[in-house]
Design a binder for this molecule. Sequence first.
Ligand code: MN
Ligand code: MN
Length: 295
Amino acid sequence: MDKTIEEKYIKAGEIAKKAKDLAKKELKSGISVLEFVEKIESFIKKEAGLAFPVNISINDFSAHCTPDINDTAIFKEGDLVKVDLGVQVDGYIADTAFSIKLGEKNNVLIKAAEDALKEFIDNISPGKTIEEMSKLVEQVVASYGVKTVKNLAGHSLQQYVQHGGLSIPNTYVKNKYQFKEGDVIAMEIFTTNGEGFVVESSPTNIYMFLKQGALRLDESKKILNRIMQEYKTLPFAKRWLKDLATPVKLNMALKEMVERGVLRDYPPLRERSKGLVAQVEETIIIKDKPIITTI
Ligand code: MN
Ligand code: MN
């Protein structure tokens, strides 16, 4: 990998680490989820770019949750909170997540996920296959008597692309792809005491640009301008657009843009049997001695 690109990945990771520390310090029951998220996002924006909205997914909600405009949710004692945050430097991304069960120290789902990710990191190197690494993750998680989520996965990263071509499931998969020097991956592990499948839920608050297309509404055109200038091909939150139009008009514009294939939406993902879900994630540059940018 080009040295200047590697440095950008490392810088994004350094800022992500600080943002994680801030999040761990600030997260407590009784506070507003929206205020918490805005605090973390403004910290990241002072240092670099946001790679995607800070995701706060609670209990059986597993991923793709971020507060709506004027969201009134608060963190509650006992909540299993997943904080997933992303930093980008010229489009080179650090993607990292941690979980906390508010008011509880030793949660088995979190421990299983953390241990599996540690094993993954200790064993990853050029030449290892997705098959053997997915098997390893599944085995470690199973040793705790809990399950992985079958339809969620780690992924590769590319410049301004959060989900690159590679998918690294948490469950054994027949895939002989061999990791190679210079691959950058965000390895994320999801554990659950439920069935181990997530399904789409609502309301959607995260979107991403897909392709240009004809748009009728003025608000849609304004949103497209904002995307071209700032978010590019990275995910963004509906609340980031609140200066452009009223919530009602934003909803109409986003609906038009999704229907016309200009945007894709990211509905919240929820465990099908309402099981609790924990998540951990780190970004890794694959080498003989891998660089974990977010630790
Ligand atoms: Mn993530
Ligand atoms: Mn990720």
